[in-house]
Design a protein around this ligand. Structure first.
Ligand SMILES: [Fe+2]
Ligand SMILES: [Fe+2]
Length: 253
């Protein structure tokens, strides 16, 4: 017999303990699908409150996550919330070494920002929306486009369908019809080559030992990203709530 508790049992025990020790009930964010799969079903807030009548659901900062500054900057999100960012940093470094403009280096730096901080599915669309109020519209367009253009080769610039996609999605995978339709529209757009440029620097087989620091892009971010003075999430922009969702992903309401 194996008496080792499963991950799900340990998660339940941790939740019960938090409910007891902190009088805090923490639901799981639907944003983080991996955690959902790892930790099984949602805790039952009502049952936990019955066990510990003093317990309350999480409406403030999440004790499991590093505290964020009151007026968080893009760099703070990289530091405190975004998952391993090596791919983005290396992609941006690749673009910088190629002598690209601030706009395109920033586009490479942020192209997968949704994947590492928000939502994976349709990540190019989400990522573009997240940064729309703060960057040049060409950057937004290019990040949205990379989602689509990754699936389509362009011999004129030496871009081939990624080998990794054959492995990851299967050789018979075909993009969804909405991707196909977007591709047709994007192919003729004046900024097509900006979106394509991201795909050229969207490198997967980078040197795992090449360490790139965010600080190398402080100047580029300063010139090309309009940081709101109130902080991301608190500037009353149409996307502020999306940044707040990353600050407190498991807020009850
Ligand atoms: Fe991407
Ligand atoms: Fe990427």
């Amino acid at each position: 017999m194996n008496d080792t508790p499963t991950l799900s049992q340990r998660a339940d025990a941790l939740e019960e303990q938090m409910s007891r020790d902190l009088d805090l009930i923490v639901i799981r964010s639907r944003l983080y699908s991996l955690a959902e799969a790892d930790f099984g079903p949602q805790p039952n807030a009502n049952a936990l409150m019955t066990k510990n009548p003093k317990a309350r659901v999480l409406m403030g900062d999440d004790p499991r996550l590093p505290k964020m500054p009151d007026q968080p900057t893009l760099a703070d999100f990289f530091k405190y919330r975004f998952g391993p960012a090596a791919h983005l940093l290396q992609s941006a470094k690749h673009a910088l070494n190629a002598g690209l403009s601030d706009k395109m280096v920033l586009a490479c730096l942020l192209h997968d920002v949704a994947t590492i901080g928000f939502i994976r599915g349709d990540h190019g669309y989400w990522g573009a929306q997240l940064i729309e109020p703060y960057v040049d519209e060409e950057v937004v367009w290019a990040i949205r486009a990379h989602q689509v253009l990754r699936f389509y080769p362009d011999e004129s610039v030496g871009y081939e369908y990624p080998q990794s996609y054959i492995k990851t999605f299967g050789a018979d995978y075909r993009p969804d019809p909405y991707i196909e339709e977007d591709y047709k529209r994007m192919r003729d757009h004046k900024w097509y080559m900006s979106g394509r440029t991201i795909t050229l620097h969207d490198i997967y087989s980078f040197d795992p030992n090449a360490k790139v620091e965010l600080e190398e892009f402080t100047d580029v971010i300063g010139r090309a990203f309009k940081q709101p003075s109130q902080g991301l999430g608190f500037d009353n922009s149409p996307v502020a709530h999306m940044w707040r969702a990353m600050i407190r992903p498991a807020k009850y309401l």
